[in-house]
Design a protein around this ligand. Sequence first.
Ligand code: ACO
Length: 401
Amino acid sequence: VVDIRKFYADTGMFTYDPGFTSTASCDSGLTYIDGGEGVLLHRGYPIGQLAEQSSFMEVAYLLLNKELPNKDELDKFIWTITRHTMVHEQLATFFRGFRRDAHPMAIMCGAVGAMSAFYHDSTDITDPQQRMIASHRLIAKMPTIAAMAYKYSIGQPFLYPDNDLSYTGNFLRMTFGVPAEKYEVDPVVEKALDRIFILHADHEQNASTSTVRLAGSSGANPFACIAAGIACLWGPAHGGANEAALNMLREIGTPERIPEYIARAKNKDDPFRLMGFGHRVYKNYDPRATVMQQTVREVFKAMNVKDPVFDVALQLEEIALNDDYFVEKKLFPNVDFYSGVVLSAIGFPTAMFTALFALARTVGWVAQWNEMISDPAQKIGRPRQLYTGPTQRDYVPLDKR
Ligand code: ACO
């Protein structure tokens, strides 16, 4: 125990909490998690009910506006989002500056950050209406940008949005359609992807959301703040875990090799971790993983797909959940464990998985950012530190060192 008062004369009570494991950085009315019980509620509604009965647009409205919309409100919201799906034509030029093989998350960070240049003068964050327009723009343009990142990486022309399609159908067409052919949206895939977006829409003060809040607390442009969130989400300990989880499952390849990987995950001298397992908050089954596993089954059945990777995932889960190490440490599958399996079956390359997560999480980011800015108690985020460097000493000239 260090008595930090000898270092800091300017403070009274001071907490040292690396990783913020037990420090609330804000109050929020958006999302409730009970990690012990495996409960996730958005504005009070259980995630399972929203995933089953709602739509991504409805959940976006709920997170932004506090209540579920009635039919007119939902129609108006969808119309508004649809009107903002186009990106400025100059943004396409911006894409061409990236290496052809750039990771889509690198492109997303850059392109979304660049949008701040297009809306610099029109985003007065003290005006709630302008904040809402910026939020709508971000939600609407993210699928266009994610699809452009994909098209760019495979050398195909960008497709303009088709506003007769749903939010998710439009994204599927911009990603997998080609200008010369008519693209038919598969309703099963559209429903499954919409549900995946719902599962990723918000998750209270996770690393990327906290990043967006911290960036936004200085009054920065919202497009730049969301770019910061995308950067944070990219890491393999956060949104990048879905990509890492599928790569791991493919590397395992057959159920016979599972014990070898379980042993590696338990070995303290091996940095390997079971990707898609464990969570800072959930010490029980992640309720999103339950829905995700069900979604894999539905998509596989409807598309008549059989991927041995799913069998590996199911058996790995079964073995881990009966292993003392994972039981004691309360390590369960998280949302990322099964999401890669289903996204791959739909046809997305692994590099796009985290970009899809960013697309969906944009809803949570903008809702959290709005909540923060409209809070009269809001202050610039400014964590303190526990200084461990040398105490004061005199400068030594170069010729004396
Ligand atoms: N495999 C093996 N051991 C693990 C795993 C894992 N996936 N996760 C945690 N542990 C062990 C740690 O080694 C540690 O053991 P110790 O106490 O003996 O040192 C203990 O469990 C606690 O782990 P921490 O890293 O301290 O827990 P923290 O809450 O900081 O980390 C995290 C949570 C980052 C999610 C971690 O479980 C992990 O790295 N999981 C794999 C990556 C992953 O799936 N990330 C996605 C998170 S969900 C999301 O972002 C949508």
